[in-house]
Design a protein. Structure first.
Lengths: 206, 295
């Protein structure tokens, strides 16, 4: 049901499903992975049928996330080229965070912060996938030094990535009218004009 | 079983003290490689007492059999041919868990209570709590733990903790026919070693010495070596083993800090929302859009 036929389509159904595949697998990976990260999180293994199942399932869910993210990456990489305007936006990000967006330069479909998030997550995903293979003993048997390196990189990158995703989720909650784009694919014209004026003008031809 | 042990120094993935009101004496097994004849009686007694049999392998042209430690072979004799002092030497070393005072396996283990270090020095795997991740293998400086293909659990020498708990010596020590293996308090074993080393020195082994590597806080399995200056000669016994700095990074102070940082991001976001309010579409822009729509 479309509430307002003049709402703007930001994501099509396939893009939304793709994002949810990454999102769901990320949440499962973060919960099971944190359990092995520090003892304080160990009880999280109960969500997976106990610690042994958590250990068995975690890497397979990782494969799902890596593949789903790869598709997202290929879909959106051309929209995330960092430009001079993005750098200007990033330079003023403090004002934005403090709630004043009057001095922010006009942004296309993604702003500088979103682009940095895109590339940071891409690098993190790559590091997670490669280091994850290094420590996946059920299928691989690398030299112990490689395994040790993999364990450090996997844990450190995971912590950074969980932090990035917390920021990603909070940004979506903070900027009202955003989350519906993830559910239904549409945003209001006012939302687009306020936050992504360049994109708004491009799709409305105004 | 550790269920009623009151002498647990450390327990894997546990951040509060374990039950440790009792203080038993620190024990050690001393392996005098110079009196070992490589009969493998210790392998057999280990197999017998623990009721485990490694699969029959194939002969690879040397005496090593089985050729490596296994979930069902917790000790193996390793043979090395080397030339020292201008003559051939056939070095024989009983390999197995060293029961480090600073155990890399225990520090790496993510599963609470899967690895326990008793105050007497024994590092024991509690397989019922093992999740099969192999982190102990990653953490061990001596490449000792093995993951079983049957049940996915990690296994290694227990120093016969079950026998020692009832005042017996480990089964390998009990069976050794040449007296190459001795067991007792760590202090006593060091004294036995001193005598053995003095004897070896009189026989021309100037570099004879005790292998009790300080890099892992000392071990509860120690060797008397004729070439203590070159432990690598004995099938690659590490010269100065310690927990890898990578494992230190992985399991050290960084993790609690990262946990706090993540908590700070979550709380920071909440308080940002509460103090700065949401970022909503301004009334101004909404009015502009409405004006456009007006006929």
């Amino acid at each position: 049901m479309i509430r307002d036929s003049k709402d703007l389509q930001r994501y099509n159904a396939s893009e939304r499903a793709n994002h949810w595949a990454v999102g769901i697998s990320f949440i499962l990976l973060a919960l099971s992975g944190l359990a092995f990260f520090h003892p304080v999180f160990f009880p999280l293994t109960q969500f997976f049928g106990g610690p042994v199942w958590a250990r068995i399932l975690h890497p397979y869910i990782g494969v799902v996330m890596a593949l789903a993210f790869l598709v997202i990456f290929l879909r959106f990489k051309h929209l995330n080229k960092i430009t001079r305007v993005d750098k200007e936006w990033l330079g003023k990000v403090r004002q934005m965070v403090e709630g004043d967006d009057h001095n922010m330069p006009e942004q296309g479909k993604y702003n500088g912060g979103q682009k940095v998030m895109f590339w940071a997550l891409s690098v993190a995903m790559l590091l997670m996938a490669v280091s994850g293979i290094f420590i996946w003993r059920a299928w691989f048997g690398f030299d112990v030094t490689v395994v040790r390196l993999g364990a450090v990189v996997h844990a450190a990158t995971a912590a950074v990535m969980i932090g990035l995703i917390m920021v990603h989720v909070y940004a979506a909650i903070w900027v009202k009218g955003t989350i519906r784009a993830m559910w239904y694919g549409t945003v209001t014209r006012a939302w687009a004009k306020q936050h992504h004026r360049g994109w708004y003008r491009q799709v409305t031809e105004k | 079983m550790a269920l009623q042990s009151l002498d647990i120094l450390r327990r894997s993935a546990t951040t509060t003290p374990s039950t440790q009101v009792r203080s038993p004496v620190e024990v050690a097994k001393l392996i005098d490689v110079s009196t070992c004849i490589g009969c493998k009686g210790c392998q057999v007694s280990c197999s017998e007492w623990n009721d485990i049999r490694a699969d029959v392998g194939s002969n690879i042209g040397v005496y090593d059999n089985p050729t490596d430690l296994d979930a069902k072979a917790w000790t193996v004799i390793r043979f090395s041919e080397t030339e020292e002092n201008g003559k051939l030497e056939w070095l024989i070393r009983k390999d197995g868990c060293m029961h480090c005072a600073d155990p890399g396996c225990l520090k790496s283990c993510p599963s609470p209570g899967a690895i326990i270090q008793y105050k007497n020095g024994i590092v024991d795997f509690q397989q019922e709590n093992c999740i099969g991740c192999g982190y102990c293998v990653t953490g061990c400086p001596f490449n000792v733990p093995r993951i079983s293909k049957d049940d996915g659990k990690a296994y290694k020498c227990s120093l016969c903790s079950d026998r020692i708990a009832v005042g017996q010596e480990p089964s390998c020590v009990k069976t050794c026919p040449t007296g190459a293996l001795s067991f007792g308090s760590k202090e006593d074993m060091k004294e036995v070693a001193v005598q053995r080393i003095a004897n070896l020195k009189t026989r021309g082994y100037e570099n004879a010495g005790l292998y009790d590597p300080p890099g892992v806080g000392g071990t509860h399995v120690m060797y008397v070596l004729h070439h203590a200056d070159k432990p690598e000669l004995y099938a690659g016994l590490p010269k100065d083993p310690s927990i890898s700095p990578l494992v230190g990074l992985w399991k050290g102070f960084a993790k609690p800090l990262a946990t706090l940082a993540l908590g700070a991001i979550a709380l920071g976001s909440l308080f940002h929302y509460v103090t700065n309010g949401p970022n909503e579409v301004s009334k101004e822009i909404e009015d502009e859009i409405e004006k456009e729509d007006a006929p």
